[in-house]
Each structure stands twice: as C-alpha cells, then as structure tokens.
Design a protein around this ligand. Sequence first.
Ligand code: MD6
Ligand code: FE
Length: 216
Amino acid sequence: MTADLFADDSAASEPLRLGEEAVLLRGFALDQADALLADITAITTRAPFRHMVTPGGKSMSVATSSCGDLGWVSDLHGYRYASADPLTDLPWPATPERWLDLAERAKRAAGFADSSAPDACLINRYAPGARLSLHQDRDERDFGVPIVSVSLGLSAVFLWGGNRRADPYRTMVLSHGDVLLWGGVDRLRFHGVKPVAQDASCRWEHRFNITMRKAA
Ligand code: MD6
Ligand code: FE
C-alpha cells in the first residue's frame, strides 16, 4: 500500500514535487517556528482549542481552532466555514501578518502563480495518539488557490492518496518547520495523519498544523 518514495528526502532543502500542483518545502518555516507557536498560543487564548464533533457524532481526536475571516467548524449538521466561533459567538482572531507573509513566500518558493491571500486558517493540535482519518478538503470555493500547510512540534506520518478513497496512498513524515502546498489538479486528493507518536527527545508535547486556505 505504501510505496514510500519519500523515505530518504528528509535532508532535502530543494522543493520536493509530490504532484503536478503539490510541493513540499522541507524546513521552510523553521526560522519562524517559535514565533508561529507563540501566535498559536495567543490565538487559542481567544478561540480555544476544542474537539469538534463530526456529522457522524464522533468527537475528533484532533483539537482545532481557527483564525481569519472564516473558521472551519464541524457538528452534527456537517462541515462548514463560519464567520464566528460557535464557542464564543465572537469573530475569529485575525490572521497574524507573519502567517500571510509566510503563505505568500511559500507559494512563490514552490513556484505557484500569484493567487488570493488565505481568508481561513485552520489550526490543528495533535496530542500523542491523535490522528486524522483519510479525507478530502472540498468546502472551499476556489480549488485553484493552493492550501499552505505548516507542520510544527512533534513529527507525524502523513498519508497522501489519490482522488478516490480506495486509491493507494504514499506516506511521508512531516516534521517541525515543513511546509506543504497543494492546489489545482491535486486539490481533491484524499489525505490523513497517522496517530502521532510520543517523542521524549522532542521539546514539544504536541504536533500543530496550520492550514491556510482561500475558503470564500
Ligand atoms: C494535518 N492536514 O497535517 C492535516 N488538508 O494535520 C490536512 O488535513 C490538510 O495539510 C488540506 C491541505 C493540506 C493539509
Ligand atoms: Fe485536509
């Protein structure tokens, strides 16, 4: 199932092409990682991490929050983007300038054409054991704008599939500071995160993932 083409790429600093419109930039956010983590702390003081319930009635193992004009929410009625945090009824915190700047620079470094700035930033927090099952992101209006995904803290094994759930998938380790971008023809690939492992040698207790999207 897992033809691991990416096993030996961890030291690479060149953009790694995963698909026609999907690129992995190893360590691209490393020099900003501490600042990004401090931003996450500030944002989630106002819009706390919570375990959303899926339409199927299960509580997600991943804790989520958002910033930007729109936040991603899930409940028994389904998945959607909302302009207010259902937990507080307040607008989501603004996206830090440094995040927008990082998204812009990453798109350029990965060779994507100019596109709209993100209006929705989803923040995922994984404690050891938390996972994200195979899914597609299809609630955004314009699939042409690539999603910019930043990994911080504990490493995780990412599943990278095809356009159908049953398609074979590859695996790759996403580590602290890695930035993954994908849009266009790769936008509807199924993907997920295997249960995050504890790592006593790592100074973080969680994995964090920021996905910056153009949702509206
Ligand atoms: C994660 N990421 O890495 C989960 N979705 O924690 C995603 O589900 C994701 O990284 C769309 C585009 C990029 C992603
Ligand atoms: Fe996703």
